[in-house]
Write a protein that binds this ligand. Structure first.
Ligand code: 13P
Length: 249
């Protein structure tokens, strides 16, 4: 974890969570034990954003969404615009998650439009990038990551951004990248971001859990985690926050 930046532990609930789950989660959530060093965010599904907003903010947790559409309003049935997310209390929005790229077919061009729309309305995007196992084995990881980061070409310098490196083969599989891989890839991502004039926090994501969080968060160039499965329960999520705090403080 590098020096002065406050790291971010963000929980991505994906398509999980009913009203009762959100109530249980909030009841079990402890206050951030290390707010000075660690920021906590949660991205529940759209249906829970507004109802969770106040209780989360009272516990020092920042709200985010998992996706957004790039138009402002109008005849786009089923879509959610940036203003709606702001209205529900969101600060963050995840963009380009590999599940949206591979299952929904989201393109880099669409992600670029979503970045612009998010910035226009005061949201902070968490831009997800990552290679498949096949791409890693073919030795094209850096090439692919550079291509995904190229959506930042010409982006305004002053707009907030967080990047999450999530190797696709580590998502939901229980496999994590080795610390060596994480250090090497994060160094490349930071270099590339610097070249694009948008160096920012880079999170690691992919099977982060209470057992491996400390080792992963201690890797150079890692400024937090994007957590899927282990964020669904307040207890395991907070254990990851504590692991990050022990490395950051
Ligand atoms: P898991 O932590 O469940 O592997 O998910 C990672 C992820 O995709 C977070 O966005």
């Amino acid at each position: 974890m590098s020096g002065s930046t406050r790291c971010l532990i963000a929980g991505n609930w994906k398509m999980n969570g009913l009203v009762q789950d959100s109530k249980d989660f909030i009841a079990q959530l402890r206050e951030n034990p290390a707010a000075e060093h660690v920021e906590i965010a949660l991205m529940p599904p759209f249906t829970l954003l507004h109802s969770m907003s106040k209780a989360l903010s009272q516990k020092g947790v920042v709200l985010g969404a998992q996706n957004v559409y790039y138009e402002d309003k109008g005849a786009f049935t089923g879509s959610i615009c940036p203003m709606m997310l702001r209205d529900a209390g969101c600060h963050y929005v995840i963009l380009g998650h590999s599940e949206r790229r591979s299952i929904i077919g989201e393109s880099n061009a669409q992600i670029r439009s979503k970045l612009n729309a998010s910035w226009l309305h005061g949201l902070e995007p968490i831009l997800c990038i990552g290679e498949t196992l096949e791409q890693r084995e073919q030795g094209v990881t850096n090439h692919l990551l550079a291509e995904q980061l190229a959506v930042l070409k010409g982006a305004p310098k002053d707009k907030p951004l967080t990047v999450a490196y999530e190797p696709v083969w580590a998502i939901g599989t229980g496999k994590t990248a080795t610390p060596e891989m994480v250090v090497e890839t994060h160094a490349f991502v930071h270099e590339e971001l610097q070249r694009l004039g948008k160096d920012c926090r880079v999170l690691y994501g992919g099977s982060v859990n209470p057992g491996n969080a400390k080792e992963l968060m201690a890797c150079k160039g890692v400024e937090g985690a994007l957590v899927g499965g282990a964020s669904l329960k307040a207890d395991s999520f907070m254990q990851i926050v504590e692991a990050a705090a022990s490395v950051a403080s």
